[in-house]
Structures are given as structure tokens and as C-alpha cells.
Design a protein around this ligand. Sequence first.
Ligand code: HH2
Length: 290
Amino acid sequence: MDRGLPARSLAMRAGSPRSVMPPLVMGILNVTPDSFSDGGRFTMLDDAVARAARMIADGADILDIGGESTRPGATPVGEVEELSRVIPVIEALAARGGVPLSIDTRRSRVARAAMAAGAQMWNDVSALGGDTGSLAAAAELGCRVVLMHMRGEPATMQRDPHYEDVVAEVTSWLAERARVAMSAGVERERIWLDPGIGFGKTLAHNLALLAALDRLVELGFPVLLGASRKGMIRKVDRTAEDPLDRLGGSLAIALAGARARCAMVRVHDVRETAQALKVMAAIDSARDGA
Ligand code: HH2
């Protein structure tokens, strides 16, 4: 069964003229007590549903629901706990309708339960390497799958990450994961790639990846970019200690993603991002005479 996204997103973003196709906006809904910027704010079902409704009204094309923080140094949660955080929220949001739902999990059992509850996309920061059942589950579920690059584990990934050529290594690693997923039965058109900004990378690594996003886009898979409020913004602007003070940097990165023809940006500030992307698309249209 094709658990596709709506028509706007089904068009293959990679290769589309950027003036016509701004990236989709994925709104982040963390139902965790410890996420780095919004932890503890949406752990009650009503708060999570209200936050989702707000993001949909603000222009989110899809919502990404996560029950485990993967911020640097985060401790993993148990599966039962993760399920109890995300499934009631997905059920409630699926019943209300509105936009497609994505589950942000490294566990195949959580992904399976999320699809049964009404999700359509599996966002996996471990690129289907989280458990031994992940590849088979992705093939069976027939959902869209985000394969993200991460070096190491969240608990330790920021301890002195090292690459010879970060762009080449991340790009070829993701191409290889896509190949592995396809050999396991995941259809090519269901695969999305994500460079994993902040996941086992220094500021220099993150900037190099952002400067060369087109290399990843050129692989021909839709690319998801997630850097909203991340620590790299503080490293560029030392005054932005508080994640809530990183909107300007988050918008700059979303626009860089749009310029490179990324297919989707994963953000906390949906309204501001959607507006920035619309204005940039309008400028591009004026330039291109579209
Ligand atoms: N970043 C985070 C979580 N999931 N998924 C993808 N595909 N790409 C990302 O860059 C990405 C992700 C971390 O951000 P956040 O969800 O805001 O925080 P936390 O992990 O603390 O919940």
C-alpha cells in the first residue's frame, strides 16, 4: 500500500525548479521531557494536540512526532515508555486529520505501532540501523523512510568527531544506506535522505555539509534538512545560548536548504519558516520570470 504524502509532496522535489517548489515544512512535535529546545512542553496529550493544531494552522505540511530525545548526551528511553509517549498522540492526531504524520524513532516496533495508529512516514536517525528488524519493517510497512546520517550514538557522538572529507563521507554513506534499504525491499521512491546536522559533527563539519547540500540532492533522493535551533547556531552566534534565541539562524539554514533544492525542512518555528520560504520563492519567481 502506498502510504504517500499529499500531492504537493509527491512531486519529486529533487530536480524540480526551486522557484516553483519551496521545501515542505515538517513541524517538530517532541513528546519528551528532555528535548533540547521544547522538552517537557508537550508531554500532556491535550498540549501536544493543541501544539499540532497550531503548527498545521501555521503552514506545516507534515508533523514529526518523537518520543526520544536524540540531542547530544541524551540517555535512551525504553521501548514501552517511548510507545506510551507517541502512540496516543498519533492516534489523536490521525483521528483529527489535517496533515500526514511522521514518527521519529530508531525502533522498528515503535514505527510499526505508529503506522498502525495512522502515521505515514518513518523518520529514522539511525537510517534503519537501530534494530535488527528495521530494514524488514520498512519494506513491509511500505511507508516513506528518512535515512539520516549519524556518526556514533547520541550519548557520545559529539566527543571529537573526525572525518577526512565530511561531505564525501556523509554522501557516500547515505547512498550506501539507500542501497541497503532497497536491497531489503524498500522502494526507491519511498527513500528520503538527511545529512544529520549536529549528529556526530563539529561546527566545521556542519557548515561544510550545508555549503554542499547540492551534492546530496544530486543523488536523486528527496533531502530532508533538520537544523532548527541546533547548537551549531550558538557556535556561530555566541549570544544565542538559549535555543529559543536561534530563530534567525534556523531561518538562514532553512533558506540555504531551499536554495540547494532540499525537499523538506524540519523545524520548530513553522510559521516563520513557511513565511521565509514563501518570500524566497516569490523572489526566485520574479527573477526567473515564472
Ligand atoms: N534532529 C533531531 C531529531 N530528529 N530527524 C531528522 N531526520 N533530522 C534531524 O536533523 C533531526 C531528527 C534533533 O532535534 P530535536 O527533535 O529538536 O531535539 P531532540 O532530539 O532533543 O528531541
